[in-house]
Design a protein around this ligand. Structure first.
Ligand SMILES: [Zn+2]
Length: 98
């Protein structure tokens, strides 16, 4: 019984990557959270956009879904630029969903 159960659990964890999902770090407060609790941002043609569906290709950066963290990030554009390793980044196009 025990043996059978543990084997089943092992199989499930192998098939579902949910539990193994790596946490992302918020750029503003550096808290580590699961993707669902964070906004994903992607640089598209030198512009930072919010990737609401978290499906856009490319290097992404993350920020907590809180006004505090978003405001903190807006104030510190250098952090964003650094995160995307871009020389020029249009952060003014940063359209906050909040
Ligand atoms: Zn944060």
């Amino acid at each position: 019984m025990m043996r059978g159960k543990s084997r089943f659990l092992h199989r499930v964890s192998e098939k579902s990557p949910v539990k193994k999902e790596p946490f992302r770090t918020c750029l503003a407060c550096r808290a580590k959270k699961a993707k669902q609790g964070l906004y994903r941002m992607v640089a598209v043609n030198g512009e930072v956009v919010f990737d609401e569906k978290q499906q856009l290709p490319g290097r992404g950066a993350y920020c907590c879904k809180t006004k505090t963290c978003l405001k903190r990030l807006f104030k510190n554009e250098k952090k964003i630029v650094k995160a995307f390793r871009c020389k020029k980044l249009i952060v003014s196009a940063f359209d906050s969903p909040l």
